[in-house]
Structure formats: C-alpha cells, structure tokens
Ligand binder design. Structure first.
Ligand SMILES: Cc1cc2nc3c(=O)[nH]c(=O)nc-3n(C[C@H](O)[C@H](O)[C@H](O)COP(=O)(O)OP(=O)(O)OC[C@H]3O[C@@H](n4cnc5c(N)ncnc54)[C@H](O)[C@@H]3O)c2cc1C
Length: 818
C-alpha cells in the first residue's frame, strides 16, 4: 500500500470513484488513491434504479447533472467498459396549471444552461407513451437526452478510466481513523496501513456522519429509506420488444409522486412516499455491505394505486421484488460538494440522493477545485457550508424525512416548508407574529416574509405568479416610501475582526478600500482566485484595530469559514462570532429620522449623522450601534444591539412611531425594493461564475490600492475580455407574473443571457429584472426578450437603479426629512 499520496478518496461508491477518475483525468493519477472498506458499489450504489434525471430546479445541480449525462454517454467508448446507458428519454406529466408553471420555470433554467426540453400536449404524450392513460393531464415535458444506466457498470467504467491514468483503488480496506499533523498533512489510518496525504475526499454515502466524526464534523446528512418495486414482464412490453420498438421513456407522474421505467420487459416503480423514515440515524454497522431493509408495502399502496390508474398495464403484472435501501439526504435534498468548514483540504462529496446522476459532475467540479483552486461553475446550491450548527441530528431527522416526502411536490419559488420550525427566533418574533407576520426559514432563523394585514388570513400563498401576498407587500412598500417601516434582520451574519494585524488582513481580503475613519462603513467584497465574488461584507471600522462585519444570514458559515481560512497564522488577527449575540432592526423611510429622534438623544441630522457612518447611541435605555445604511434605498438606519435589548428597543420604537405610521415590513418587500435599486445579491447577481467586473461592481473594486485576494484573476478577466455584463431590465407587457431569476434572455430568439433576479417594482410601478447578458447587448435601450413561464416579453435595458438613481432619498440630500 502506498504510504504517501496527494489525495485519498474514502468510499468506493459511484461518487467516490468519479472523484478519483476526475482527479486522474486532471493529471494527478499517480498521486491519488481510493480506499473502500468492502467492494466497489457495496453501499447504496449497487441497488440504485439508475435514473439520470436532467430535471432540477437548481442552477448548480442542473449543470452538474448535464455534465454527468454527457460524460456517461461517452464513457463506454473511452474505457471500453459497457455502462448500460439506455437513452430512452424522460417524460414528466402535469396534472394542473401550477405544475406546468413549474415546468416552464424549470425549462427557462434548463435553456440557460443548454439543456433541451420539449413541451408535450396530452395527445403527444399518448403517442410517445401508448400505455399511458392521459385522462386529467394538462401536458408534460420530455427530455430526449436522459434515461437510465447500470450504476455498478458505470462505477466500474469510472474505476477503469481512473486506473488507466495511474490511480490506485484499495478494496476491503476500511478507514478507521483520520489524524492531522501539525504541518497540516492528513494521516488516513486503515487496517492495512496508514496513508499520509495533502487532501482527503469523503465520499462515504450512508457513513458520512461517521466519517465526519473522525475529524470533528457534524455533517448535515442522514439517509432515508427509499423503495422501488420490480414487476414480472408484461406481454405488451415483450411484444413491443419483439417488434423492434424502442423502450418506453422513463415516466414520472410528479403529482402522484412516482417514477416508472421498463426493467426486463416488466416495470420498475419508485415512489417518494409520505412517512418514509430516516435510517442509520446512529450510523450503519461498520460491516454492513449491500444492505437492504424490510419492505413496507403499506407505504407504497397509494402510489401503486396512482400508477395503476395512470398506467393500467402496471396493474396486470405481478410484483417480483421490492428493494428498500438507504438514500442519503440533506435538509434541502441537494448534496454537499466542496470544502469542509474549519478544516483545510478536507473535501466533502456526501449527501447524494441522486448520486448516480450527480456523481460525474460532482467529481468534475471537485477535481477542478482541488487541482485548480476553484470550481468553474457556481456551486452555491451544493455548498457544504450552506448549512450551519442548527442542523443538529434531531433537526435532520425531521427535515430530511420532509424533504424526501417533498421530492415531487411543486417547487414554488416562495415555498417554505413547515418541519423543524420554529427553531431560531429573534426576541421580537412573537411581536411580529401578532402583527400578522408570515414567516419563512433561512439558516434555521424565522424571518417575516410579509405581513397579512387588512383582514388577510395569516398564511402563505405560494405561486409562480403574483399571489395573495403581492398586494400585501405593495402596502408594506407604500408605507416605507411614505412613512417609516421596521424590518427584523437579526438573521444577518455578524462577526468582529480585531487585533494588530486586522487592518492589513482585511485590506488584503477584500477588493474595496476599508473605511478610513472610526465609525466609517464600506461595502466590500471578498473575491475568489479568478476574480468572481465569493462573499459580500458591510464593514464598519470600530477602532484602529477592530472591524465589525455583516453579511447575508444564509451564508454565515460560508462567509465566516472563507474569512477564517485566510487569517494569518501568526495570531495577529482575532475572529469573534457575533451572529447569535446581536440583533438587527432596520428602520427605513422618510420619517425614520423623526422616529429615531423621538426615542434617542443622539442627533440624526445629515450633518451629525452622515450616510455610510455609524454611531454608538442609546435607544430608549438600550445601547445600540446605529449604522446609516440600508438595502431598500430609503433614508434609514440599521440598529445593531445586544439581543437581550431587542424587545425594549422594538417597544420603544412602536410606542413612539404610531402617529408616524411605523409598520413592519418583510423580506419580500425588501427584495422588491432592492431590485428597484439594482442592488446585487450574492448567489444571484454576484457569484464566482462571474468576475466582479461582469457584475459591474467597479465602484467597489480598487485595483490600484495594492494587492488583494483575487486581484490578478480579476484583472485577467478584463484583459481577456468580459463575457457578460450585468444589466437592469424593464419588462414590458407582463400581467400576472414577473421574472423569478434564471429566465432566458433572448435577442431575435437567440439566447444572449439569463435573468438573475426579478420582481415587480412597486415604487416605479414596473416589472423589473436584473440579468447577465453578452456585453454587446448591454447598451441602454437595447431591446431583448425574456421568457417568463413559457411566454416571451419585451425586456429593455434601462439605467441601473430605476428608483431614485441619484440616491437622493437614502442620502436625504436636501435634508427634507431633517
Ligand atoms: C432504492 C434506491 C434507488 C435509487 N435510485 C437512484 C436513481 O435512479 N438515480 C440516482 O441518481 N440515484 C438513485 N439512488 C441514490 C443513489 O443510490 C445514491 O445517491 C448513490 O449510490 C450514492 O453513491 P455514493 O458513492 O455517495 O454512496 P455509496 O454507494 O453508499 O458508497 C459509499 C461507499 O463508502 C464506503 N465507506 C463508508 N465508510 C468507509 C470507510 N470508513 N472506509 C472505507 N470505505 C468506506 C462504503 O462501503 C460504500 O461503498 C437510489 C437509492 C436508493 C436507495
């Protein structure tokens, strides 16, 4: 056994073997090994149904799946090892208009990443799938490129390809422990010897939590039981084969929550049942191999009945075997692919519930990340650090079971699921609730999405179109614009960077200049190596050697881990986590100054309290750090405070603000207002896939200030020519639906970009979108087309910040509200 290599991959399922293959393909073949405790594929891989669905609502996962399917089509030719890829196509049925809307929204995402989707009428469905009863169908979509594969053969082909390039696989070799030396090198301990390495990739499927424990990680992965049924052959399918007719496409009735494909002239039916339990909660037996569970037919019955109604032939054959196996899950159903938090060179490739489909793309991007230092696509949707400490084992059990049962629900863009809630609540949670708040969950926090007022029922109304909350957020925005509103942003990620080296460290870490004066505030971005935007921080200088950093709540672990991994080893810079200690209440609107003046002795005039500055003040009797900034483009302050003071501050504001019209507003109102200001957001307009210049962040980038992280890559991106530019678009002619993001942007029918976000701008009374387009289409006045739920509308490039382009309101330039 080799005792020293660059990378050890742990786990010989399809996911681990694909990572090995891709590292070998990058030229590291002689320096990578894979260690499998039993035989290859003896975890979940061997019994998978082998489906390769291209369909996925996530931009990251969509690209990963697309890569995989293409790779698998070519793998047999490359390796000489058959993979059993049956490119039979994939047909998804729709039984209602909301489902069709979901397909339209998906098709737009698919189009932007180059996946071909056809829409079919019920008649066309019947032609394609003659055994399908089309009663009650409104339509469907068809992918001709996907189908199913033999998972074990695929794994063997990847193993062959990896070995051919020098990689080594050790079977029957369990990893028993992992240690890290003071130099940072890893020591992987196995019964057959120890291997020292620079990098470890954990691809251990159902054992993910056990592997994580070896290095002190609590991974957000727990498997759920998943079953499928294989039937005896059906005479009709046998006849079709004898007649030389092709296999039927994989069929999915999303509304009945099942998939169906042919298997040896019989059927294979896989449902996503309600009530499927988590399994291996305390981990599988270390000796478990090719394990299946006792089937649970009762759980399958509703889906069997639904399938019989849709495909009567299915009722005519006997059941041959039921497979009930473990399928790894995370709380949102997407895998975790990327760096582990708190550890250098420990990579996660775990939590795969569509692991056969995702293995290729996951291995591709991990190899890019490890060898080149960066992935090449935006991996936010599968980032391991998108979850936090709140994802405890008890949380995972509730959430993963819910996610499994929801695989086939309609994935509304504003969907909020009920399990494991409320978990993290700000002190003002109950107060907001009594004011009509309809909450969503972000990073475990309850956040008010909108307020049900004027007799509205206090519950959400999900849709791809403008729904019940549309008028409610219109009222919230009208009040912020005319009076003053309060938004709870306690979920913000907050930390302090301090110490003698703090200033020089941060100056290198971000692309903007740091605020010079104590109390000054700057919007700063941490780039990745190639000049894309990794993280966005509001940075406040507290003193010569102390800075307060605020970033998106949902990205707390990602942002803080990225930052902490860059800290100098000398110990000259300290990181202090403040997220759970500090609350944030945002006050915004023309009357915010008058309101604050009533509850505080501080001077809030333009002269005494300038835009982009902060002051330690007292509100009521509570100490508060007030920051004169906001994300909605109005005069306003963020009040940061010790959490224990929150309700005191909240009550003082509302007691003083009634006659000023103080009312709460929610996240959806904020999002509409930020689009009107063309404010970019990490994960949509800002991403590692686009250079900061492509996101047109020039005024926050100071290439002349000296070296900073990502500077070379950023300058290189400009030198080689920007491929995209971010624009603001006015969308004309829409009636009941606005751009949701991931919409195709077209010119004369040709794809020229993608909308990254959108919505209705209530203050400008226009439907708006932000989007990335090829530079030649970024000129003001350029007329493009945008696809919204299958219809094409005119989208005109307009100047940034359609609302108050000179920032007169937030700066209150005339002191009108002094
Ligand atoms: C019934 C069923 C049907 C499915 N159908 C599909 C489908 O149609 N399409 C699809 O895309 N996905 C499907 N899946 C999901 C798919 O099976 C998994 O996502 C995929 O197999 C995960 O692969 P993996 O390599 O991550 O995990 P695994 O295949 O479980 O491999 C992990 C490996 O790690 C090894 N290991 C663990 N700990 C150690 C250690 N300490 N030392 C050494 N080795 C270790 C294990 O022995 C195992 O071989 C299905 C799952 C089930 C249960």
């Amino acid at each position: 056994m080799k005792s020293e290599v660059r990378v050890v991959v742990i786990g010989g399922g399809v996911v681990g073997v694909s990572a090995l293959y891709h590292l070998a393909k990058k030229g590291w073949g002689d320096d990578v090994v894979l260690v499998e405790k039993a035989e290859l594929t003896s975890g979940s891989t061997w019994h998978a149904a082998g489906l390769l669905p291209l369909f996925n609502m996530s931009y990251s996962v969509g690209q990963i799946h697309k890569y995989s399917v293409k790779l698998y089509q070519e793998l047999e030719q490359e390796t000489g090892q058959p993979v059993g890829f049956n490119q039979v196509g994939n047909l998804r049925l729709a039984m209602n208009q909301d489902r069709m809307d979901e397909y339209y929204q998906y098709a737009a995402t698919a189009r932007t990443i180059g996946i071909d989707v056809q829409f079919l009428t019920p008649g066309e469905i019947k032609k394609l799938w003659p055994l399908c009863n089309i009663e009650g169908l409104v339509g469907g979509i068809f992918h001709s490129d996907d189908g199913y594969i033999q998972p074990a053969d695929l794994t063997q082909a990847l193993a062959k390809g990896a070995r051919k390039r020098g990689a080594t696989i050790y079977r029957n070799t369990a990893v028993l422990a992992i240690e890290q030396s003071s130099s940072g090198n890893w020591l992987v301990k196995t019964a057959s010897g120890d291997i020292s390495c620079e990098h470890i990739i954990s691809a251990t499927g159902n054992y993910a939590r056990q592997t994580g424990e070896m290095v002190g990680l609590d991974l957000p992965v727990i498997p759920v039981e998943h079953q499928y049924i294989v039937t005896e052959p059906h005479p009709e399918l046998v006849k079709r084969r004898e007649n030389g007719e092709p296999e039927l496409a994989v069929l999915r009735e999303s509304d009945g929550s099942w998939y169906l494909r042919e298997e040896n002239c019989g059927f294979l039916l896989g449902p996503y049942e309600k009530g499927a339990p988590c399994c291996y909660v305390d981990g599988p037996d270390p000796r478990a191999e090719c394990e299946l569970f006792q089937e649970d037919i009762d759980r399958l019955v509703p889906h069997i009945e639904a399938a019989m109604a849709r495909v009567p032939a299915f009722a005519e054959v006997g059941m041959k075997k039921v497979y009930n196996g473990a399928i790894a899950y995370t709380p949102d159903g997407n895998p975790i692919i990327g760096p582990a938090w708190g550890l250098d060179n420990f990579w996660l490739n775990e939590g795969h519930s569509f692991g056969i489909t995702a293995a290729g793309g996951a291995g591709w991007q991990l190899a890019e990340w490890i060898v080149e230092g960066e992935p090449t696509i935006d991996m936010l949707g599968v980032e391991p650090r998108r979850f936090g400490d709140y994802a405890t084992k008890s949380y995972l059990i509730e959430k993963n079971e819910e996610t499994y049962a929801h695989v086939f629900v309609i994935h509304y863009p504003d969907e909020e699921r009920p399990a494991a809630r409320p978990l993290r609540t700000a002190p003002c949670y109950e107060r907001l609730k009594s004011m009509g708040a309809v909450f969503g969950q972000k990073f475990g926090w309850e956040r008010a999405n909108w307020f049900a007022t004027d007799g509205m029922v206090q519950e959400d109304d999900w849709s791809f179109r403008r729904s019940k909350w549309f008028s409610a957020i219109g009222r919230e925005i009208a009040n912020v614009t005319a009076n003053v509103g309060l938004l709870d942003m306690t979920a913000f990620a907050k930390c302090r960077i301090s110490g003698p080296g703090a200033e020089s460290f941060l100056d290198y870490f971000v692309a903007n200049r740091l605020p010079k004066k104590v109390g000054g505030i700057g919007l700063c971005h941490a780039l990745n190596k190639s000049g894309g935007v990794h993280s966005e921080f509001t940075i406040l200088r507290e003193s010569d050697d102390s800075f307060y950093l605020v970033s998106a709540g949902g990205l707390q672990r990602l942002d803080h881990d990225y930052l902490q991994k860059q800290l100098p080893k000398s110990g000259s810079v300290r990181f202090t986590q403040l997220t759970g200690a500090n609350g944030v209440l945002v006050i915004a609107g023309p009357k915010s100054r008058e309101l604050l003046q009533r509850v505080s002795r501080a001077d809030f005039s333009n002269e005494a309290f300038r835009w982009l500055t902060s002051q330690n003040i007292v509100v009521g009797m509570a100490p508060v750090n007030a920051l004169r900034i906001n994300y909605v483009g109005e005069l306003g302050w963020e009040l940061h405070h010790g959490l224990e003071y929150q309700n005191h501050i909240f009550d003082a504001l509302f007691a003083a603000g009634e006659d000023l019209g103080l009312k709460p507003f929610g996240i959806r109102a904020m999002d509409s207002m930020r689009i009107e200001k063309s404010y970019r957001m990490v994960g949509t307009e800002l991403s590692i896939e686009y250079s900061a210049y492509e996101s047109v962040m020039d005024r926050f980038i100071q290439p002349d200030k000296g070296d900073f992280l990502g500077r070379d890559g950023l300058l290189e991106s400009k030198k080689t020519g920007l491929k995209n530019l971010l624009v603001t678009l006015e969308v004309r002619g829409v009636e009941d639906a606005d751009a949701l993001g991931n919409n195709a942007l077209l010119r004369d029918g040709e794809l020229v970009g993608r909308a990254t976000g959108g919505g209705f701008g209530f203050r400008v009374n226009k439907s708006l979108a932000l989007g990335m387009v090829q530079p030649e289409f970024s000129g003001l006045g350029t007329e493009l087309e945008i696809d919204i739920l299958g219809k094409t509308f005119k989208a005109v490039v307009v100047p940034d910040s359609p609302f108050d382009p000179q920032n007169e309101r937030l700066r209150d330039v005339n002191g009108a509200n002094d």
